[in-house]
Each structure stands twice: as C-alpha cells, then as structure tokens.
Design a protein around this ligand. Structure first.
Ligand code: NAP
Ligand code: MG
Length: 409
C-alpha cells in the first residue's frame, strides 16, 4: 500500500448516537483510515455530550461547519420525554439537525443510492430523484384555532406602529363550529432556498423542477414562483445554459405526474409540506431508508453530509446485549464519501475525490454482487445472484475487500 492521501482543511466531524455511532467508528477504521490521513475537527454530538455542554457543542459544530465549509454528521437522538428519562437529561434539547439548519440557513437535499438488483417500486426510475425541501415556515410554524358556531375569523396585519393595515374576513362561522389556521413565510428564506437549489443543480448537473399551487394560492404560492423566477433570470440563467441544464416551474399536481412518469435524474424542489410528504414517498419508492443520503447546503456554499435515517435504536439495544446486528451502513458511508469528495474538490486534491468515488463504487458493487444487510434482502433480485445476509461488520469488511481491489487497480 502506498502513502496515505493527505488532506489540507479539516472536515467537521459530528459524532452521534446509538447504532449509527457504532457504525461511525467501524466505517472510519475499516474504510477510511487505511487510505486517508484523515484530518477532522471532532465534535461529539452524542446526547450525553450535548447534555453536558447544555447543547453548546451543537452550536459550536454548526459554527465550525460554517468556518470550514464541509461537515459530516452521524445520526443523533432528538430527545422526547422518554429520552429525557432514559438519559436523565437536564432538559429536552432541541433537534441538532434543526439547530444546524438554523445556523447554516440551509436546504436539505435527499438523494437515493442506486444499486442494480434493488428495483424501485416505480420501475421506470432509472436515475436518482433528488428532493429539496424548503425547511422554513408554512404550516410548520403556523398558528391555528378551533372556532365556534357564530364566530367570525379575520386575518389582520398591523404596521410597525400598531395601526391596522389590512383586515380580511377568513370565514363567518354562522352555521357551524370550525377551524382556522394562519401560516407565513419570509422572502429572505425563500431566496436562500432558491439559491441553494440553483447552486445544487449546477453542482450535480441535474435539471431543477420547482412546483407550488400558485393557481389557487395567488399571493402566497405565487410569491415563491416569482422569487424563483427572478433569481433564476438575474443570477443563474446563463450558468444553467452553460451547464446544459434547465429550470422548469410547474404546478405541484403536474410535477407529481411528471415525476412518476420520468426516468429520474431530476432535482425536485418542494415547499415545506410537499417536501415532507414527497420525500417519504420518494424514499420508500426507491427501496430502503438505509439507501437514502442527505446533504444540507447553505446559500453561501457550506455543506453538511449525513444519512437520512435515524440512530436505528432497536439494533443498538441488540448490539448492547452482545447480539449480532445487520444494520445498513451505506447511507452513512455515502455521507463520508460526499464530504471527502467535496473537500477534495474545494482543496484541489483529486486523489481524495477519486478515493471517495472508489469507496462509493466498492459499496454499491458489494450489494450488486449479493452481499448486503438484512433490510435489503427482501428487495433484492438479480439473475444468478443469491443474496447473502451479512452482519453490520461483515458488510463493512466485504466493502473493504472491494475497496482494496479498486485502490490497487
Ligand atoms: P430510524 O433510526 O431511522 O429507524 C427506524 C427503523 O427503520 C429501524 O428500527 C429499522 O427497522 C429501519 N432502519 C432505519 N435505518 C436503518 C438502517 N440503516 N439499517 C437497517 N434498518 C434501518 O428511526 P426512528 O426509530 O424513528 O428513530 C430512532 C432515533 O433516531 C430517534 O431518537 C430519532 O430522534 C433519531 N433520528 C435522527 C435523525 C437524524 O439524526 N438525522 C433522523 C431520524 C431519526 P427495523 O427495526 O425493523 O430493522
Ligand atoms: Mg415526512
């Protein structure tokens, strides 16, 4: 084996919880450290450390991600009441992903990892569909009420001095009890979202589709459409033409129909709710959560790579009892390769980017050649290949063997 690949700028490494924390260590040991003189700035985002530091470690990690530009994050527990009890927490800390997203002001892009033999439920999908979800506002920060028969609901806006600027009747509930809701968004957030989507499309050279329901929502959704159009015209039109990709706006229902009929290879930008629902549909249709990668991209071009799944708690408790697990590490491996490749690109270290691509192909080839974790077995079918279920560690060793071949080729 020749010299290890040298890095220039550290990756911001954010460790996490439970089974994925176990995989994290093994991935580094088996797949990365043998080839890369790994330089990271390490932040322990495991729940114990978050509690100890009053969650300041999460803020520090996000700030470091902003400073260096590229981070890689392990799945982490978002505490609920049961976790507060289990870990004897000082308080129910917020979701680390939410905190990092707020600090980086980023958009999350989720992309499936494709392997021959794992056929999507929509067999026409030959290429990845990458889903970009706007992660601010709308119904996720809405206010709502139940109303009683006889109530009248209004939407009222005051100016900075408290004078009523506009008052609209929402509904006169004269014949029935009912419900009412108000939602908002911010031009600044929509602009960030638009720029993140245009930048990412250029990065991966995929056409960008954006869809809302502007025919019905003539002010609210229309604002999204207009902001995207304006930013595209003024900042991205020429870059898209040069890259040979297109930007298309359409109605959300038309987008759904087109996506299902497509062969993939699209970056699909969605408003918050559409993205929430459609990302689960797209992830399920491609097969397994273990094959879904995720990257947070800020409008300034900071990247944070992770797996889309959680900490796989049930497997962790088996692991703690000394039982073997068969947990899919593919999305976590791809979080590392995404981050290493990006670091290689930014720092002009082509060997690092090439290494990441080899690790990705070794990983996919392991599955295609029939060696995989349990979650993939029922999904796999390829002529002449009988799938074999490996333990979590055996799978990593199987990838490592192929990686060694590729590195020596
Ligand atoms: P999860 O960890 O994604 O696991 C849900 C189930 O999906 C697992 O029990 C397992 O099914 C299957 N699964 C998910 N990933 C898998 C993999 N890599 N390999 C094999 N099977 C996999 O979601 P959860 O149980 O809802 O959440 C667990 C913890 O993760 C929670 O504390 C939550 O807060 C956290 N979480 C973190 C993130 C993040 O950091 N980005 C995201 C989501 C959830 P079987 O048990 O049937 O094998
Ligand atoms: Mg969802």
């Amino acid at each position: 084996m020749s010299k290890k690949i040298v890095m220039k700028t550290p990756l911001v490494e954010m460790d996490g919880d439970e089974m994925t924390r176990v995989l994290w260590q093994w991935i580094k040991e088996d797949l990365i450290l043998p080839y890369v003189d790994l330089k990271t700035e390490y932040y322990d985002l495991g729940l114990v450390e978050r509690d100890k530091t009053d969650d300041q470690v999460t803020v520090a990690a996000a700030e470091a991600n902003k400073k260096y530009g590229v981070g890689v994050k392990c799945a982490t527990i978002t505490p609920n009441a049961q976790r507060v009890e289990e870990y004897k927490l000082k308080q129910m800390w917020k979701s680390p992903n939410g905190t990092i997203r707020r600090i980086l002001d980023g958009t999350v892009f989720r992309a499936p990892i494709l392997a021959k033999g794992i056929t999507p439920y929509i067999p026409g999908w030959k290429k990845p569909i990458v889903l970009a979800r706007h992660a601010y506002g709308d119904v996720y920060s809405g206010v709502e009420m139940r109303t009683a028969k006889g109530d009248k609901a209004f939407l009222v806006v005051e100016d900075a001095e408290g004078n009523v600027k506009e008052k609209l009747l929402v509904q006169d509930f004269k014949n029935s009890d009912g419900i009412v809701q108000a939602v908002h968004n911010l031009d600044a957030s929509i602009r960030s979202f638009a720029r993140s989507c245009f930048n990412y499309a250029l990065d991966v050279k995929m056409p960008l589709w954006f869809a809302t329901k502007d025919t019905i929502s003539k002010k609210y959704d229309h604002r999204f459409k207009d902001i995207f159009a304006e930013i595209f015209e003024t900042e991205y039109k020429e870059k898209f033409a040069a890259a040979g990709i297109e930007y298309m706006y359409t109605l959300i229902d038309d987008a759904v129909a087109r996506v299902v009929r497509s062969e993939g290879g699209i970056l699909w930008a969605c408003k918050n709710y559409d993205g929430d629902v459609m990302s689960d549909m797209v992830a399920t249709a491609y097969g397994s959560l273990g094959l879904m990668s995720s990257v947070l991209v800020s409008p300034e071009g900071n990247y944070e790579f992770e797996a889309a799944h959680g900490t796989v708690t049930r497997h962790y408790y088996k692991h703690l009892k000394g039982e073997e697990t068969s947990t899919n590490s593919v999305a976590t491996i791809f979080a590392w390769t995404g981050a290493l490749a990006k670091r290689g690109e930014l720092d002009h270290i082509p060997e690092l980017t090439a290494f990441a691509k080899k690790l990705e192909s070794a990983t996919v080839r392991t599955i295609e050649e029939g060696e995989m974790t349990g979650d993939l077995i029922p999904l796999f079918s390829a002529e002449g290949v009988t799938p074999k279920k490996l333990t979590s560690r055996e799978f990593l060793k199987a990838v490592a063997r192929r990686l060694e071949e590729e590195m020596n080729a």
